[in-house]
Ligand binder design. Structure first.
Ligand SMILES: *Cc1c(COP(=O)(O)O)cnc(C)c1O
Length: 374
């Protein structure tokens, strides 16, 4: 249950004097709209951090995914494979282009799309796969890339929740034809609202920039040869972003420390089999964007009851995402049992950047006291 003014919030940003100083510089410079020094620096520094050549900053993460799909020519009649267990924006961005999202079930250990479930969903119309690095844990990129290669499919990474996460020591955002990030207020780093597309392909970067800016022709002023969007980021947002990049490694360390503390403090309940954690796979470095657990039936209380009791102590939690195929815009008759089970049992615990060790101890002892099998 998310709400303002909780004693322990679900996720809060780490912003301060450095961000403020950059914003003041931007305001004083007069460059407050979507051109300026900070935009250029933010795009270059973030791309470099992730190991990609080009960065194209956008107004949101959703805009970044839509822009990537549009620049790759995805449209009507096309199908794009997405996990059903993700934030709804992943599927909506596909729908915006006129294409259809085709859902895939989750892997039971690490909750991202299960590579073994992809091939059965490929048809003649399939054009692309969008792996989502869910809750900061990377997808199995080798397995997904192999499938994409053999069926000639594009890969668009949705790394909105996974800045700095690594697959086999390589940062996410460097695997896709285009990779997309969000800088919404609760993400690993933030610009308030914002997003970015990364790519190594110069031509694609140019097309992303053109479509971001109303499809403007670069050679002939106010001539538009395609329908584009206004998906630009402002220099004010990028000013915040530049300061956030400097903190990114420290923020990731903090997220990983939160994950490790939860794992330790919930160890007894895991031993008893009444809760289950999602695992960091041996090939991955997760950034634990939002630490989530499964409340097993043997716990004695269900996920909603646990959330309710924590809320009574002013501790904010969230249910894990609802599988997209179970919600009205995307209802269909398929079942994806792994995602459905994770969603039914999944509880996201406070994971904010100002969370203290004492907060974690408090939360875990409350949860332990709720379990009736002690
Ligand atoms: C947050 C998020 C998005 C969308 O980002 P916005 O900046 O909120 O538009 C897309 N995909 C996933 C997986 C997300 O978590």
């Amino acid at each position: 249950m998310e709400a303002l003014g909780m004693r322990i919030p679900i996720a809060d940003p780490d912003i301060g004097e450095e961000e403020l100083a950059n914003v003041i510089t931007a305001v004083r410079s007069g460059w407050i709209s979507s051109a300026g020094e900070f935009i250029i620096r933010f795009e270059q520094q973030f791309a470099q951090y992730c190991g990609a050549k080009y960065g194209v900053a956008t107004s949101s993460g959703t805009a970044a995914i839509h822009l990537a799909l549009a620049a790759l020519g995805i449209g009507k009649e096309d199908e794009v494979i997405v996990p059903t267990l993700t934030f709804i924006a992943t599927a909506n961005a596909v729908t915006f282009t006129g294409a259809s999202p085709v859902f895939v079930d989750s892997h039971p250990e690490y909750w991202c799309m299960d590579p073994n479930r992809i091939e059965e969903r490929i048809t003649k119309r399939t054009k692309a796969i969008i792996p989502v690095h869910l809750y900061g844990h990377p997808c199995d990129m080798s397995a997904i890339s192999d499938i994409a290669k053999s069926y000639n499919l594009l890969i668009i990474e949705d790394a909105a929740e996974a800045h700095g996460a690594e697959y086999k020591h390589q940062k996410v955002g460097s695997f896709g034809d285009v990779s997309c990030f969000s800088f919404y207020g609760n993400k690993i780093i933030t610009t308030g609202e914002g997003g970015m597309c990364l790519t190594d392909n110069e031509e694609l970067a140019t097309r992303l920039r053109k479509l971001r800016d109303h499809g403007k022709n670069s050679a002939r002023a106010y001539w538009h040869d395609v329908i584009g969007f206004n998906y630009r980021m402002t220099n004010l947002q990028a000013a915040v972003g530049v300061a956030q990049i400097d903190k990114l490694d420290r923020l990731i360390q903090k997220k990983r420390a939160i994950g490790a503390l939860y794992e330790e403090a919930l160890g007894d309940l895991v031993q008893q089999g009444v809760i289950k954690l999602y695992h960091e796979m041996p090939w991955s470095k997760s950034v634990w964007w939002m630490y989530s657990i499964l409340i097993e039936d043997s716990f004695g209380k269900d996920r909603n009851e646990v959330a309710e009791e924590l809320l009574n102590r002013e501790i904010a939690t969230r249910p894990v995402f609802y599988p997209i195929h179970t919600m009205p815009p995307y209802y269909n008759h398929q079942t994806f049992p792994v995602s459905e089970e994770i969603s039914r049992k999944g509880l996201t615990l406070p994971s904010g950047l100002t969370l203290s060790n004492d907060d974690i101890t408090t939360i875990c002892s409350l949860i332990t006291s709720m379990s009736q099998t002690r």
